[in-house]
Write a protein that binds this ligand. Structure first.
Ligand code: GLV
Ligand code: MN
Ligand code: MN
Length: 402
C-alpha cells in the first residue's frame, strides 16, 4: 500500500536537516538531495509508475493512461541554504498523494498523468535558478551550463558525472509533445492567503527577477595605521550600495536584497582589497526591474568614485515576467464547493515559469503559509492545509485529465 501524505512527509523530514538551525541543506547532487531522489524513485516504484529520467537528473513518474500529451505535476526536492521543509517537497509529496487519491476514487485519466522533480530549482549550488527545467526545455544549452561551478570550484558537469548521470551529448527533451499541461503546487511564500482567509490559491503571474554580481575593488591596507582619509575601502562602497538598493526598492514598491557577500582577504585587521556581493532584484514589470537595477548601479558607482574604488555589476541571470494562461487559471480556480480559489501573483521564481515561457500551458496552486516566512527554517504550512492541497491538486488533475 503506497504511503499517504503524512507518512511520506515524515519519511523525508530528517533528510538534510541541520541539527543546529532545524533548516534544510538539500543542495543539488549532494548526499541529502540524492537521498531524496532515491526516495522519489522508490515511491514511483511502489505506485507502479513508469519512471522517465533525463541526463540532467530530472524525473517524471508516469501514470500511463488514455492517450495524448500528459498532465504533469510536481516541483523540486532541493532547498536553499538553511531553507524550509516545504519549498519544493510539498509540491512533490502532494503530487504523489494526489495520484493516490484519484486512484482510490477509481478515476480513469483520459490522458497520462506525470509526477515530476526538477533538479537545482533554487540555484543554491550552481547559481542559476531553475537549472534543471531550463536544461530540460532547452532554455539554456548544455554547452553554456556545463562550466557553471559551485563555491568550491566543482563544475556542474563533474558533479553530474559523479552522481552517475550520463552526459554523452545530453539533449533538451521536454516540450508540449509530451506535456499538455504543467501544474506546480507550492507553499505560499507570502501572506496573501492568510489575509484572504483561504487555504488554496492559484497563481496569476511571476514577477521578473534578476541576480547580479557586484564586484568592488579597493586598496588592501593596514586597519590601524592607514588614516581614514587615505583609505580606498570597498566595504564602504558595498555598504552604501546595499542601503541604496533597500531605499530605492522601498520607494518603488519593489524588492532588492543582498543576501550573499564575500570579502577578500576577509581579515579583521585589514582594509579589504575586494568585496563581491550578489543583488537579487524583483519587480512588477521588466521595465521596473531594469530601472531599479540601473538606479542602484548608478548610486553604487557614484559612491565608488567618492571612495576611490571601482564597481562593476554583471547580470548573472534575468528572468522576464511570466503571465500564466488566465483561462487555465480560471478553469482551475472556479466552481468549488467552498467557493472560488483566489488568483494571485507571486514574487518567487518557479519551474512552472520556465515551462510556461516555453509554451507549455502551466499553472500553480499555492497552499497557505501562516507566517508567510519562506527560504527559512521557519517556513511552515499546517497539515490540514497540506491535505487541502492534496485534494485541490487531485481535483485539478481530474479536471485536466478528463
Ligand atoms: C526561488 O525560490 C526564488 O524565488 O528565488
Ligand atoms: Mn525557493
Ligand atoms: Mn520552490
Amino acid at each position: 500500500m503506497p504511503d499517504h501524505f503524512e507518512e511520506m512527509w515524515r519519511a523525508i523530514a530528517p533528510v538534510g536537516r541541520s541539527q543546529r538551525s532545524g533548516g534544510y541543506f538539500r543542495q543539488p547532487l549532494t548526499d541529502a538531495e540524492r537521498e531524496l531522489d532515491s526516495w522519489f524513485v522508490e515511491q514511483a516504484g511502489a505506485r507502479g509508475l513508469r519512471l522517465e529520467s533525463d541526463p540532467f537528473g530530472n524525473r517524471i513518474a508516469w501514470w500511463d493512461s488514455g492517450s495524448g500529451p500528459g498532465v504533469v505535476t510536481g516541483s523540486h526536492l532541493d532547498s536553499v541554504l538553511d531553507g524550509g521543509a516545504y519549498d519544493g517537497p510539498l509540491g512533490v509529496v502532494t503530487a504523489l498523494a494526489a495520484v493516490e487519491v484519484l486512484r482510490e476514487r477509481g478515476f480513469r485519466p483520459a490522458r497520462p498523468i506525470g509526477v515530476s522533480v526538477f533538479v537545482e530549482e533554487e540555484g543554491s549550488r550552481f547559481g542559476l535558478a531553475c537549472l534543471g527545467s531550463r536544461l530540460a526545455t532547452g532554455t539554456i544549452a548544455w554547452e553554456n551550463a556545463r562550466d557553471l561551478s559551485d563555491r568550491d570550484g566543482v563544475r556542474l558537469d563533474d558533479a553530474m558525472a559523479a552522481a552517475g548521470l550520463d552526459l554523452e551529448n545530453p539533449q533538451p527533451w521536454l516540450g508540449s509533445g509530451a506535456i499538455g499541461w504543467f501544474v506546480e503546487l507550492h507553499v505560499e511564500q507570502g501572506r496573501d492567503l492568510v489575509d484572504r482567509g483561504a487555504a488554496i490559491g492559484v497563481a496569476s503571474r511571476i514577477w521578473p527577477h534578476g541576480r547580479y554580481r557586484v564586484e568592488i575593488s579597493g586598496e588592501p591596507n593596514h586597519a590601524g595605521t592607514t588614516r581614514m582619509e587615505d583609505r580606498r575601502d570597498p566595504m564602504l562602497t558595498y555598504a552604501m550600495t546595499a542601503l541604496a538598493a533597500n531605499k530605492h526598492a522601498r520607494l518603488a514598491g519593489q524588492r532588492a536584497t543582498f543576501g550573499r557577500v564575500e570579502t577578500t582577504p576577509n581579515s579583521t585587521n585589514s582594509v579589504p582589497s575586494q568585496v563581491t556581493a550578489w543583488l537579487d532584484a524583483r519587480c512588477e514589470s521588466d521595465e521596473a526591474l531594469a530601472a531599479l537595477v540601473g538606479t542602484i548601479t548608478r548610486q553604487g558607482a557614484e559612491r565608488a568614485a567618492r571612495d576611490g574604488t571601482t564597481l562593476t555589476v554583471t547580470a548573472e541571470s534575468v528572468s522576464g515576467a511570466v503571465d500564466f494562461d488566465p483561462d487555465l487559471a480560471r478553469r482551475i480556480a472556479v466552481d468549488h464547493e467552498s467557493g472560488d480559489w483566489p488568483v494571485l501573483p507571486t514574487q518567487a521564481g518557479h519551474d512552472a515559469g520556465i515551462l510556461s515561457a516555453r509554451g507549455i500551458p502551466s499553472a500553480m496552486l499555492f497552499v497557505r503559509n501562516p507566517s508567510g516566512i519562506s527560504h527559512s527554517p521557519a517556513e511552515h504550512a499546517e497539515v490540514p492545509d497540506c491535505l487541502a492541497g492534496v485534494d485541490a491538486l487531485a481535483e485539478t488533475l481530474a479536471r485536466l485529465a478528463s
